[in-house]
Design a protein around this ligand. Structure first.
Ligand SMILES: [Mg+2]
Ligand SMILES: [Zn+2]
Length: 179
């Protein structure tokens, strides 16, 4: 069973420089992101969202709000028959010294433990250097998506494959299965 871990901001919803999605109304889908998820589902991927949301511990938004944002996300995707196995959030700031804030691998390790996954069946797709490093720290395959954080485009991580967006990655995976 293949699993894909995906980052949220800059992958599913439009990248906001130095800002956060502070309410369900502020959510803006990246074009074709839902189509990309749909393809991943057709390819039998189990999908997990892994997101740093330090805005929670910065008291910019509450857990109640993040839950409302997650509910809206799930509702909109279920309309398209896309089920998300898990949405896992790190609420911490650097100073909290938690083990989950990416690039730390805590959230990825937690998912692997709960779902008893084989590392070779997983990869992680994100738009930030911290995503790439989290994947590396968890010792799983990782790909970069250039749909969000502009730092990715200038990243010197030449050993890591990059795609324009989640949709392009999904199309690539779809194509590679064709005879
Ligand atoms: Mg991101
Ligand atoms: Zn954390």
């Amino acid at each position: 069973m293949p699993h894909i871990f995906i980052d949220r901001d800059g992958v599913l919803n439009e990248y906001l420089s130095k800002d956060y999605v502070k309410s369900p109304q502020e959510w803006v889908w990246i074009p074709n992101a839902i189509k990309g998820l749909k393809i991943l589902k057709e390819l039998n991927y189990k999908i997990y969202i892994v997101s740093n949301q330090s805005c929670i511990n910065r008291k910019i938004i509450s857990w109640k709000t993040i839950n409302a944002i997650n509910s809206q996300l799930r509702r909109q995707l279920l309309k398209e028959k896309i089920y998300i196995e898990e949405i896992i959030i790190c609420p911490h700031i650097n100073e909290d010294l938690c083990s989950c804030r990416k690039p730390k691998p805590g959230m990825l390790n937690t998912l692997m433990q709960i779902y008893q996954m084989d590392k070779q069946d997983i990869f992680f797709a994100g738009d930030s250097i911290s995503d790439l490093d989290a994947g590396k720290n968890a010792n799983i395959k990782v790909v970069g998506l250039a749909s969000g954080n502009p730092n990715m485009a200038t990243s010197k991580r030449t050993n890591i494959k990059q795609y324009k967006s989640l949709y392009r990655l999904a199309r690539q995976l779809q194509g590679s299965l064709k005879p």
